[in-house]
Design a protein around this ligand. Structure first.
Ligand code: MN
Length: 209
């Protein structure tokens, strides 16, 4: 079973003015498409073909660099499209589990926003910033280089990603050039908190909050 490039859940221009249509078109149609087909090439004829992407990433240290880079790229972008929405932004409502967990683990939404933005801004070179749930449903922020992510056994801090921000230059350069902090701040206008909440609630099914 080959992995398939997921459709974008909205039009290329839906996230404007925060993310421009041309960037979305290239990012999804070229970058994500290439990670997907390179992943399929890297696992063709191997037992990895029958595994879920999460299970491949969990033991990625045992696989080739091509599986690490392209498997990460496939998973990370699949998550990224889903955690953005043209109807997003603001803060998750006080009644949502994710908001309660943010308040519990960061003290306030503002503290969370600052810590996440700093992680995204200070990731040197290409990579990602993440909000993750650990095995006890506690939230933490981390960042990873290249197309690594916190599901990988090689990650410094392991957990289930519930929100991710791509800080590769290909994600923002056409519109923001070198102004990564402006892109990070714009991202907060298009976060799909409903999707983040769903991912958080599913992160440790059965675990006690
Ligand atoms: Mn990207």
């Amino acid at each position: 079973m080959a992995f398939k490039l997921p459709d974008l859940p909205y039009a290329f221009d839906a996230l404007e003015p925060y993310v421009d249509a041309r960037t979305m078109e290239i990012h999804h149609g070229k970058h994500h498409a290439a990670y997907t087909s390179n992943l399929n090439n890297a696992i063709a004829g191997t037992p990895l073909e029958s595994l879920k992407i999460e299970d491949i990433l969990a033991n990625v240290s045992k696989h080739s660099t091509a599986v690490r880079n392209n498997g990460g790229g496939y998973y990370n972008h699949s998550l990224f499209w889903e955690v953005m929405t043209p109807n997003g932004g603001g803060e998750p409502s006080p009644s949502m589990n994710i908001r309660k967990a943010i308040n519990r683990d960061f003290g306030s939404f503002e503290n969370f926003k600052n810590e996440f933005s700093t992680a995204a801004a200070t990731r040197f070179g290409s990579g990602w910033a993440w909000l993750c749930a650990d095995a006890n449903d506690k939230l933490f922020i981390t960042s990873t280089p290249n197309q690594d992510n916190p599901l990988m056994d090689i990650a410094d801090k392991k957990g289930k990603p519930v929100l991710g921000l791509d800080v590769w230059e290909h994600a923002y350069y056409l519109n923001y050039q070198n102004r990564r902090p402006d892109y990070i701040s714009a991202f907060f206008n298009i976060i799909n908190w409903q999707e983040v909440a769903t991912r958080y609630n599913a992160a440790n099914e059965g675990a006690v909050m």
